[in-house]
Design a protein around this ligand. Sequence first.
Ligand code: FAD
Length: 487
Amino acid sequence: MSKKVSVIGSGFSSISAACYLAKEGYEVHVYEKNDQLGGRARQYVRDGFKFDMGPTWYWMPDVFERFFNDFGRTTSDYYELEKLGPAYRVYFGEDDYVDIDDSIEQIRETFEKIEKNSARSLDRFMERARKNYDIAIKDLVYRPGVSPFELITKDTVFELPQFVTTIHDVVKKGFKNERLRQILEFPVLFLGAKPSMTPAFYSFMNHADFGLGTWYPKGGMKSVIDGMVQMAQELGVNFHRNASIDEIQVDESHKVNGIRIDKEILPVDLLVSGADYQHTESLLPISNRGYSQKFWDKKVMAPSSLLFYVGFDKKLKNVLHHTLFFDVSFDEHAKAIYDDPSWPEEPLFYASFPSITDADVAPEGKEAAIFLIPLATDLEDNSELREKYFKIIIERMEKLTGQELFSSVIFKESYCVNDFKKDYNSFKGNAYGMANTLLQTAFLRPKLKSKKVKNLYFTGQLTVPGPGVPPSLISGKLVSDLLNDEN
Ligand SMILES: Cc1cc2nc3c(=O)[nH]c(=O)nc-3n(C[C@H](O)[C@H](O)[C@H](O)COP(=O)(O)OP(=O)(O)OC[C@H]3O[C@@H](n4cnc5c(N)ncnc54)[C@H](O)[C@@H]3O)c2cc1C
């Protein structure tokens, strides 16, 4: 009889782990507290509009491809991908923006126009970024974060300086123009920390951006989740929705022997949790928790966010599918996230208009819009604050893009700190896990294997390799390899 693995949560990492474990012959059951599968990548549907509630940027297509290839499939068996060109637009002022094209030749030209000789600096920077990508994404991130020696390979031994300098320092040295600097620092924001706290080695994110491009899965990220769920079911995985795990029961030999859903106790052989690490540990008796509250309180969490899902009654002008509004001080907003947690005076924000690319996500002649303001975790969150910030960003966008917007809003739905906590049991309401700073990288992150409970494992954005959809897919593979080796 095959051994049974129970998996908590149905985010990218949990579904990934479930697929690998099913392939190894385990009987796999996934328990998701919400009605919809996908974790932070759920979809909000209203009046003919469809919104990705979480991730919208499909980067590192090679990682998704490698995932499906591991099961003898390809991404195109499950969803259709389109490369966006231009990839995105960055606003710096009224009618004042830079478009990032989908080829490095065009991006070089853009750089050269903004700063003389910067194309040559970009070549050097991107060569380094590509090499780092090869070292990191093709190899290092597939290591389980057990020992510091994993990081010492023939390729990394000469890269030590890149771990003690930051991406901010390298960009500042290579480029004088403030706009170019901001554009080059933008990709590491996905790792959840300030560029001045992020090792230069993480420039591999720039290769993901300029080198590999920005893609769109038709139907949005939900199509990727649907594809993964379909494949998981083909592999024999069982999904249980509306199944919140309320308690993890441990016997005297420090083994999980049951999980409780409401009043029902289900027996467990092996348990993997893709829910927020701190939350999962809170379901254990205190003596079986591997990390104390003090440990968690000291960690740099990736930001939370204020999001708006908005239906407009017209097509919008002067925006691209992905549009960044960097027309106010980046440093001031970063301070409000990391140094002095507070609502930013003048927020930077990001907007996505998927209906520019995909006619199926909004009724004809209308626009679906997702707005995101990154915020410090655990801030006060109420409807007045949300309303205030909606007004701020829409007024700014009206000015910057030269169009009237308020009167075209059919509806708006907001999502913020309190929702992250309620819907996902998110620690402090983080949106995308624990930041990848130097001291929170690889073997320094919370471990895939419980420190105290023998048959309990963790996956997802709070363990290795870190935040983001591609790392979550990898995290699922790492935990299943570890579990399989040990059982
Ligand atoms: C607004 C936003 C924008 C983002 N943008 C991008 C982007 O553009 N590109 C990108 O690559 N990444 C992006 N990310 C990050 C990316 O979405 C995440 O890193 C990834 O989805 C995390 O997956 P996960 O499996 O680790 O966790 P989750 O998706 O959080 O999955 C955990 C699951 O566990 C469930 N759960 C929790 N507690 C319990 C319980 N007690 N019982 C049962 N189930 C439970 C939760 O409901 C959830 O479904 C974004 C995230 C957010 C929130």
